[in-house]
Ligand binder design. Structure first.
Ligand SMILES: [Zn+2]
Length: 148
């Protein structure tokens, strides 16, 4: 039995990101493929996209209108109200999962105690390297030390 199926995980991510694109507003299937490739840096196959769109439709999360394009027709997909609230829930759950995953590795500002997501400022104070969210917190910390 395979413990870890990377392809499956990638497909799950692709489905998740398709929802992100749909959430931005009504769009054509072709446009989803294009946006996905531009933003994620790799293509998704129409064989993954269209069955997924159909499943969303069957569950009442997605609807479409047909637009004529020359002699052809194109479907313009949009999320239903149910689809929008499904996405809201999904994104909330996803963002709390992500922050749970990254937060333990985040440094905390020695002055104000906030988590340092990116950048930050470090300074060696009394021989110990301290992390701060910004230079102002470092200054405040040093002022505080002088007053103790
Ligand atoms: Zn700070």
């Amino acid at each position: 039995m395979k413990f870890w199926d990377i392809e499956e995980l990638v497909s799950d991510f692709a489905r998740f990101y398709i929802l992100v694109i749909l959430y931005e507003g009504p769009t054509h299937g072709y446009n989803i493929l294009r946006k996905f490739k531009v933003r994620v840096g790799r293509p998704i196959s129409p064989g993954l996209l269209y069955p997924f769109l159909q499943r969303l439709e069957e569950r009442g999360l997605l609807t479409y209108t047909v637009q004529p394009v020359g002699r052809k027709e194109r479907k313009l997909y949009s999320l239903t109200d149910k689809g929008v609230s499904f996405c809201n829930q999904l994104f909330r759950r996803f963002s709390s999962l992500v922050s749970t995953a990254i937060e333990p590795s985040l440094e905390t500002c020695a002055n104000c105690g906030c988590k340092i997501y990116e950048g930050g400022y470090t300074e060696v104070i009394d021989g110990v390297e301290k992390a701060f969210c910004c230079i102002h917190c470092a200054e405040a910390y040093k002022r505080m030390l002088r007053h103790i």
